[in-house]
Write a protein that binds this ligand. Sequence first.
Ligand code: M6R
Length: 615
Amino acid sequence: MCGIVAYVGPRDAQPILLDALGRLEYRGYDSAGLAILNGHGVQVRKKSGRIEELAKACRAKPVEGRSGISHTRWATHGAPTDANAHPHLDASGKLALVHNGVIENYLELKDRLAKAGHKFASDTDTEILAHLVGDCFSQNQEKGEVRLIEAVRKALKQVQGTLGIAVIHSDLPGLVVGARRGSPLVIGVGNGENFLASDTQALAPYTNRVVILQDQEIVALHADRFEVASPLGQKADVRVEEIENGVTASDKGPHPHFMLKEIHEQAETVRNAFRGRLDADEATAKLGGLNLSSEDLRRVERIFVLGCGTALHAGMVGKYLIETLAKIPVDTQHASEFRYGDSPVHEKTLFFAVSQSGETADTLGALREAKRRGFRCLGICNNVSSTIARESDGGVYMHAGPEIGVAATKSFTSQVVIFTLLGLLLGRQRSLSAAHGREILEALDKLPDQILALLQESASIQRAATAYAKARSMLFLGRLANFPIALEGALKMKEVTYIHAEGYPSAELKHGVIALIDKETPSVLIATQDGVYDKNLGSLQEIKARGGPVLAVAHGDDAKVAGLADVVFRVPRTHELVQPILNVIPLQLFSYHMAVTLGRDVDKPRNLAKSVTVE
Ligand code: M6R
């Protein structure tokens, strides 16, 4: 999704901004631009397409200057053209602004500004905001930097929607004003230079000291200082935090793509998700971050899991785990549906918001809605400094390390491990026996080695990908806890290959989906030996009887499936409740290899953003 970087300091801004924008590429974007202040007013360069296009434009016509703002845009209002790329100028041409988020009342504001004589050069909501701030600036009587800060404050009072912005004005060189409402923004604190960014990844080579702006705050950034103020203009307290250095393209190691690297990291990330959290003596899990006493946990009568995309699929596996282990009824819902719906919720419900990035707008909105209704809401996040992590009443971190590939892989398996721990903890406080609890602990402990063994199957999965890459449509089928794994397999396939794919419970085949089966439509069936194994074998035969190719996820020693399916993705055997974590990995690898075979942009699939910070 859109990215912001701004710089003020003694160095040439252009190379810094271009480099830092490049570090945000993973978020997904379709145009990029920058504006730099020098003695000749605001100099803007912007281009649709990759950052390399912008870099070329800057090489052809370099801009010198020591402060500037820049942006990667993921189109919402208006096509991804040069004109719609940010930064946008105000009517005077002296003020430039970049913006993440959506201005919901931009049409109304545009109408008002147009009546006052403003002319616009783009179709974006952002240009309206630039004109509005510019208008406030020209009407302000204040002097110096206060004039721009107050203009931003006054303009934002008139705006509805979400935003993270950075603004410069040619009358005020050496000043960048930033503000956030809903969209994240951090200050990068350097030595004699300062940065503003929507994502700490952008700052990796420049500083590891950051200040996370709180919602509604405004910052005035200079080379040697910065002041953060509340919406009412009071000086805000700031806390400088040290963060781990971010990931760079070279961190792909021997892997050609981040997606493959992250798939391969799962032996380690799964271990990180349970490290220090297993209690062998009590045959349970320890999750101190929940901030709930044993008594609180015993009082929980219902659980509600919110998330989007892959995070919701993990929650759906979590439902199965918690209901089986702890016998607590669990609802799962798309965060985007919950936040505007009327779903009645039992009063003794504990909420979980699941989000790798911790910045997904819909999940954040749903979390706020649950809290507004008075419920305790916990987060399951990877990004520890994220808004969801900070606004939750407690939670569990994934410790999976940065996930750069747009397709979520390692975050999913970490989330499922965390739900297993939750099921175990809640179960052991209820009727789950120590013996059963111990079986789960032992299965978790063996997982990393089993994942390493499974990853050795990559070459055979690659061969299957080559054989099926011409498919135009695919079905993914599984039952019970493997139904969300089927959904996840289909989502991965759609995202990175652009092949149409649907996930269904296997038994739903005969209720309509079977009409799609033909020899051109492969089905991926998850058929590891569990309580519904025979039922899955029945589905396999139904598909084969209609000429459909079947690629089955099955245990390595399963001769029955091997005899029926066209291709078998072999997985090690583990406890039935832990098996989905292994079953998803061949599906991740399959979509990865299909995407490579098809020549897709694996880490940055078209139209997608890593962190969806708009509704
Ligand atoms: O950062 P989050 O976990 O909140 O992201 C939620 C979804 O946007 C995300 O899982 C998305 O579906 C991925 N691209 C899936 O691979």
